[in-house]
Design a protein. Structure first.
Length: 496
């Protein structure tokens, strides 16, 4: 009995000493493994239980009730003032029910007063001078865009830059005092499992903050834009959050919330954001005075590497970007890149797929040197390619087509790499492109759209804007033409 009491006292003394040690460790900033692992090792009697003060640890799971009661409130207070609401409005022509009727049109007119169509989204202030980043689809076709800050002020904005491919737009607002901002972070430092906050104005209910983690990185082909390198998060993102901020635990902007995957229209925990490194490149382009995002030109076309291609090239697994073609005298050709080569990494970062290469190239500044690890004819080698500005081409003259033809009302030009880039086309695309279509013109009535590429008219290949204007001026009622739209060939024959 006495021996049992002594054993009980000894155990109590040991537990008290252990608790004192753990309490002392908890008072310090842990720099080794998490305390949960340390405690587990101690209770299991591990001989080499690590000391938390030995090595640095930046990320660990919460330990103890006190840590579970920590709040995001200080982080939200610092960043929320820089998250704004974006109101876009446009006037839409309404068709009169009497249009085309020779009797009623005389009394009631052919047109009705235009109606105003509006959309609501979010944005983020990234520069004290008043530079706001939002999504392109928030301000698409808008005649007027207003920005409302969290303190209730409203500002008319000026559109500095928009890019439909990336689904990004940059606005500018003016005030006497500097605006609060969210600093841009390094999205390449993100890891799956990192905590993030999503901030915006869902459904127009007012500024809202939701929390979650990074669910995946480098998501592609989600169907919302041509951009293929999204951050996926389970932080709730709903309609109205578009253009809002994805914030890391350091209070930095690491993404612009852009889209959700949903069957109901509401959040089901699958949201996507454009990485901040891409946002930074677009903002710098706007600051430099460009009205479109100018991507560095490499002078080569790429395609994905599937399992069959990987096997034929002797690769262990499908990865990288296959060089499909190289422009003569271009940067890639001068660097030694050849068709059939596979780019495995760029500047030390592995290239998993062709979209990853496009992202890495787009975030580089013009004039930078890209160090590429290449698999060429079974051998690994490193080549250097200087990224340049896309060339203007031999002829970039824009021509307006008038007269009586299906093309009347269009503005056209021969494609150069620079013009193709501006239109959101591949820089390897050639031909004569439609730049603009006048409203209520014959071309608009026949369905022509900007970015259409005219390939053939009445049996004649269109190789210049002058040739298209010449053929469009011919006196004929029958028209046969072939155009290319988004990679699809469309042929039409009509009498006009």
């Amino acid at each position: 009995m006495r021996a049992g009491r002594l054993a009980f006292v000894a155990i109590g003394i040991w537990l008290a000493a252990t608790a004192t040690t753990i309490h002392a460790w908890a008072q310090e900033e842990p720099k080794g493994e998490g305390l949960s692992e340390v405690l587990t090792d101690m209770l299991r009697g591990a001989k080499n239980a690590p000391n938390p003060a030995v090595e640095g640890l930046k990320k660990r799971v919460p330990f103890g009730q006190e840590e579970m009661q920590l709040s995001f409130a200080p982080l939200v207070k610092n960043t929320a003032p820089a998250v704004v609401n974006v109101y876009a409005s446009s006037q839409v022509r309404s068709r009169s029910p009497f249009e085309g009727d020779p009797f009623f049109e005389r009394f009631f007119g052919a047109q009705m007063p235009p109606r105003v169509q509006s959309s609501l989204g979010s944005g983020v202030l990234v520069d004290p001078s008043g530079i706001v980043v939002t999504n392109f689809h928030v301000i698409r076709d808008a005649d007027k865009v207003k920005v409302a800050t969290s303190d209730g002020r409203e500002f008319e904005s000026k559109l500095l830059l928009k890019d439909e491919q990336l689904d990004l737009a940059v606005l500018k607002i003016e005030a006497k005092d500097p605006f609060p901002v969210v600093p841009l972070g390094d999205s390449d430092a993100l890891e799956v499992g990192d905590l993030v906050l999503a901030m915006g104005n869902p459904f127009g209910v007012g500024q809202t903050t939701t929390s979650g983690i990074v669910s995946a990185l480098a998501r592609t082909h989600i169907g919302v834009s041509d951009f293929g390198f999204f951050i996926q998060t389970d932080a709730a993102i709903n309609p109205g959050n578009s253009g809002g901020a994805l914030i890391n635990m350091a209070g930095q902007l690491i993404g612009i919330n852009t889209a959700i995957f949903s069957r109901s229209g509401g959040s089901i925990g699958i949201g996507f954001a454009i990485p901040s490194n891409m946002v930074r490149a677009v903002v710098e382009s706007a600051k430099n005075g460009s009205d479109f995002f100018e991507r560095p030109y490499i002078g080569a076309a790429f395609q994905g590497v599937d399992a069959q291609v990987a096997e034929s090239l002797g690769m262990d697994r499908p990865s990288g970007a296959l060089v499909a073609s190289v422009t003569p005298e271009g940067p890639a050709a001068r660097g030694g890149l050849k068709p059939g080569d596979v780019i495995l990494s760029m500047n030390g970062v592995q290239i998993e797929h062709v979209d990853a290469l496009g992202y890495r190239l787009a975030t580089q500044a013009i004039g930078n040197v890209a160090n590429l690890e290449v698999l060429s004819q079974g051998e690994h080698k490193t080549i250097e390619v200087t990224l340049e500005r896309a060339p203007e081409g031999a002829s970039s003259t824009e021509l307006q087509i008038n007269g009586r033809s299906p093309f009347a009302g269009t503005k056209v030009a021969a494609l150069s790499p620079r013009l193709a880039q501006r239109l959101g086309l591949s820089t390897e695309t050639s031909g004569v492109a439609v730049l603009d279509v006048a409203p209520n013109s014959p071309a608009a009535g026949f369905g022509f759209m900007p970015r259409d590429i005219v390939r053939e008219v009445n049996g004649t290949t269109i190789d210049s804007a002058e040739r298209l204007r010449q053929i469009a001026s011919e006196n004929t009622r029958w028209w046969r033409f072939t155009i290319e739209r988004d990679g699809r060939i469309m042929r039409q024959m009509l009498r006009y």
